[in-house]
Design a protein around this ligand. Structure first.
Ligand code: FES
Ligand code: FES
Length: 152
């Protein structure tokens, strides 16, 4: 079945089953491999994208639920004000270790400061608790979010 989805400002027509996860469409159909597969069960956050600005696990989001929503992925988050601040903070504080989880981390952090420019520690913990990092970069992630908030 054909679906017209809007990703990073461009409408794409994709021909897939309606229950196909958005993550599969992004990676396998559209070739946008910045969004990662981790668990496939909404448990790790590696697949996080924004749907109408809300951080969303694309591995459990069927394509037929997306409709006309605006999807933003890691490939374009740097063109949003919050995403640009977060990416700069990530570089300034050298957050990344292996990197596998980091696109999801950046998507969750960007959604956080877009809606809450000066988050408290508990705000950060609440927003980021679903994003797992096997390398344990959590301390640097929290500091980078605060660093990004200070730049506003
Ligand atoms: S791959 Fe989607 S939450 Fe883990
Ligand atoms: S940086 Fe390696 S899993 Fe997070």
């Amino acid at each position: 079945m054909a679906f017209a989805i809007k990703v990073n400002g461009t409408t794409h027509s994709v021909d897939v089953d309606g229950d196909t996860p958005l993550l599969w469409v992004l990676r396998d159909v559209l070739g946008m491999t910045g969004t990662k597969f981790g668990c496939g069960m909404a448990l790790c956050g590696a697949c996080t994208v924004h749907i109408d600005g809300v951080a969303t696990r694309s591995c459990v989001t069927p394509i037929d639920s997306v409709g006309k929503s605006e999807i933003t992925t890691i490939e374009a988050i740097g063109s949003t004000p919050a995403g640009a601040r977060i990416q700069k903070a990530w570089l300034d504080l050298e957050v990344v270790q292996c990197g596998y989880c980091q696109s999801g981390q950046i998507m969750s952090a960007s959604a956080l400061i877009a809606g809450n420019p000066h988050p408290s520690d508990s705000d950060i913990d609440d927003a980021m608790s679903g994003n797992i990092c096997r390398c344990g970069t959590y301390v640097r992630i929290r500091e980078a979010i605060k660093h990004a908030a200070q730049s506003i």
